[in-house]
Design a protein around this ligand. Structure first.
Ligand code: ZN
Ligand code: ZN
Length: 378
């Protein structure tokens, strides 16, 4: 068997020169493909995937609903270890020294460092953010997805070492949901003493609740699924508005006013993906509040609502749309997991493990919501 060590590139680490990945080949159709591991150009890193989560957007991509990501290697939410360092790589993106075997989390999107957005420092808005994720698996370096044995970190892509006391189960969610919520809470300028409403207590909502709580804010979660309501209680929610108990917008808004001394919420985080939740967030707002629009990602007739823009004017609201996150929030997310590991049950977010060969079952059970967060271990 030929090994990388035989190729003289890395004498410390021996592994086979082929890796496997989950290739999306049609709507709801995946195959396991095998490819040679890539040669590393300067600045690149080859990772060995330890654990990858099935995220809501993976299901969206699986159904061929994303135009940009069809013939791709699937998976983006993961934790891995360094298999090989390309020429010139000695540290992570935060300047920490790294070596083969270290656990890392990588920002899942590409930062080209050359486009107008990257030039402004708006890395989350990079015009080429989907460049690597959008490549067909047949094209070298092949390993641009996390449902795989290996993952290729391209030159310029941010990645960070995982603190030793953070488990793989907790770390796997850092580079998508948690980093995005760290970014959101920061952009909303949430502070001690404020009232923050989180609409929806799926994975994102639970992270948002925990991060908001850690700032010293009072957290109000709006949700209707009993299981999610129970989870919200363990992820920092001070108050829960059960939609079954408060079935109308008016009732929920009245409850928010009651919980905020008649003033309304300082910040609202919409992570339901329901267009009506955005209009409802306006009702919850105090004068001068901020709303983060995160869950709504689809465009078209079915995803439209009507509301009076005058409400935004008269309440002097700030509306922030948040897609992805600036890369350094991933480092914040990993530090957050290390600091608050005893305060919130992060491991419980990932409720079932599958092997890569059982990828169809993992996707189907995630779709059916039988499993909240499936993890793939290659
Ligand atoms: Zn994700
Ligand atoms: Zn760019």
């Amino acid at each position: 068997m030929i090994t990388l060590a035989d190729r003289g590139r890395n004498k410390a680490e021996e592994h086979t020169v082929k890796g496997r990945l989950v290739a999306l080949v049609g709507p709801d159709q995946v195959e396991i493909h095998e490819y040679d591991l890539p040669e590393l150009p300067p600045g690149a890193v080859l990772l060995k995937v330890r654990r990858a989560n099935v995220c809501g957007s993976d299901l969206h991509i699986w159904h061929f609903l994303s135009v940009a990501f069809r013939d791709v290697a699937m998976g983006h939410e993961f934790v891995a270890e360094i298999a090989e360092l390309g020429p010139g790589v000695t540290t992570d993106s935060g300047g920490q020294l790294i070596s083969v075997g270290d656990r890392v989390a990588a920002v899942y999107y590409h930062t080209c460092l050359k486009c107008p957005a990257c030039g402004r420092g708006d890395f989350a808005m990079c015009h080429n953010s989907g460049r690597n994720m959008g490549l067909p698996p047949t094209t070298p370096p092949h390993f641009n997805g996390a449902f795989a044995t290996h993952y290729f970190v391209s030159p310029g892509q941010f990645f960070y070492k995982v603190p030793d006391n953070v488990t793989d189960a907790a770390a796997a969610g850092a580079n998508c949901g948690l980093a995005q919520m760290m970014c959101s809470i920061d952009k909303l300028n949430v502070r001690r003493g404020q009232n923050v409403v989180v609409q929806g207590a799926g994975g994102l909502g639970l992270y948002a609740s925990a991060v908001a709580k850690s700032t010293g804010a009072t957290v109000i979660v709006v949700e209707k699924e009993p299981v999610r309501i129970e989870s919200a209680r363990t992820f920092g929610a001070d108050h829960i508005i059960d939609i079954n108990e408060f079935p109308t917008v008016e009732a929920r808004t009245a409850r928010i006013l009651e919980l905020t001394n008649g003033i309304g919420a300082d910040a609202i985080i919409e992570v339901t993906g329901r267009p009506s939740a955005f209009a409802e967030a306006i009702d919850y707002s105090r004068v001068g509040a901020s709303i983060a629009s995160i869950g709504n990602l689809n465009v078209g007739k079915d995803f439209e609502i009507s509301f009076a823009p005058a409400l935004i004017t008269r309440k002097q609201l700030t509306i922030v749309g948040i897609l992805r996150y600036d890369p350094w929030y991933l480092k914040d997310a990993l530090n957050f997991l290390a600091e608050y590991r005893d305060d919130f049950p992060f491991d419980a977010l990932s409720d079932r493990v599958f092997s890569m060969d059982d990828i169809n079952q993992a996707l189907e059970l995630s779709e059916a919501r039988v499993v909240a967060r499936a993890a793939i271990i290659p």
